[in-house]
Design a protein around this ligand. Structure first.
Ligand code: GLN
Length: 331
């Protein structure tokens, strides 16, 4: 009988720590109510697969997380990952911005130990609550040797997804999370079944290290849509943001009437990053807009909210647009 792995659960809030007035409240409830000790005590099956201990890092709904929260969490994950008595780390998280935290961690934490971010779509008080199994799966994956070196992972609805690729694509339903490139595998009854591996740079092979990052630069998002005006772009440029993510239409297209405003924002110093509001596919450089001529960057397959995370991290090292474009291809 092998010794059980040591897994630390860092709790940050969300629906997985939510509570409703009755068992039929699957959508109407308060997130971030239940503490980590109670979450662990409510799942005695965990003690059969790992030595688990919990830390309450935050108790919030994830839409309210800040850049400072991201830094605090990532630094704690990094410190724990360096401890010999920690084999894996689980982060319980609200699902609304889970994909952003998971991507930030995979970009910045230098470890090959498994790190798993997990949430739920229904509070623990609801009928058919999904949090208990999702958390069991997260601890199981975080404690398994075959999950090492795959970047930060997300376990929701039996799937093991890459924290880089996965997004919340459905609300209300427990099948909320998916990626256009597919899950890496599945976890069933405490066993992992792998089908693919990430090819983008992450964790150990990342050039970014949370231990060396003390602040994140301001990066904001402006959406494209029929009838868009230059109000948002002009306001962002004036605010002094270091980069503007343009969540464009289609292939990252930009309304002709705001192109001059984005060009001016670039000349005045902001980095312009062209992404798309379309959930899947990716943006091709110099298609739709002459990125070389305008000195713009394209976001590859990253959605605006993920492009913002990579832009903030990349800008801690460089504001050279050629370097930034390399980083967007590689991560
Ligand atoms: N399902 C959820 O976790 C959503 C709850 C809340 N909005 C959050 O993101 O924390």
């Amino acid at each position: 009988q092998q010794a059980l792995p040591n897994v630390v659960i860092l709790a940050t809030g969300g629906t997985i720590a939510g509570a409703g007035a009755s068992a039929v409240n699957s959508a109407t409830y308060a997130a971030a109510k239940v503490g980590v000790e109670k979450l662990i005590a409510g799942l005695p099956e965990l003690s059969k697969i790992a030595n688990v201990r919990g830390e309450q890092v935050f108790q919030v709904a994830s839409e309210s997380l800040t850049n400072d929260n991201l830094l605090t969490l990532a630094k704690r994950v990094s410190a724990l990952s360096k401890q010999a008595d920690v084999d894996g780390i689980v982060i319980t998280h609200g699902t609304d911005t889970l994909e952003e935290t998971a991507y930030f961690l995979t970009l910045t934490v230098h470890t090959s130990k498994p790190i798993v971010v997990v949430g739920s779509m229904r509070p623990g008080t609801a009928l058919s609550a999904d949090g208990a199994l999702n958390l069991y799966d997260a601890v199981s994956v975080a404690g398994s040797k075959d999950a090492a070196g795959k970047g930060v992972l997300v376990t929701m609805n039996d799937n093991i997804d890459s924290g880089r690729d996965v997004s919340k694509n459905v609300n209300i339903k427990t099948s909320a999370f998916s990626s256009q490139w597919g899950p890496l595998g599945m976890v069933v009854e405490g066993k992992n079944y792998w089908f693919r591996a990430p090819v983008k740079r992450h964790t150990m092979s990342s050039e970014f290290d949370i231990d060396a990052i003390t602040a994140l630069p301001p990066v904001e998002i402006a959406m494209g849509y029929e009838g868009v005006s230059s109000i948002a772009i002009d306001a962002l440029a004036k605010s002094g943001v270091k980069a503007i993510i343009h969540g464009g239409t289609g292939n990252g297209s930009v309304a002709n009437r705001i192109v001059p405003n984005l060009q001016k924002a670039r000349t005045d110093g902001a980095i312009i990053i062209r992404s798309s509001r379309v959930p899947d596919g990716f943006v091709i450089r110099n298609a739709e807009q002459p990125d070389d001529k305008y000195d713009w960057v394209v976001a590859h397959d990253l959605r605006p909210q993920k492009a913002r995370i990579l832009a903030m991290v990349a800008l801690t090292k460089t504001s050279d647009t050629k370097e930034l474009q390399r980083i967007f291809w590689e991560y």
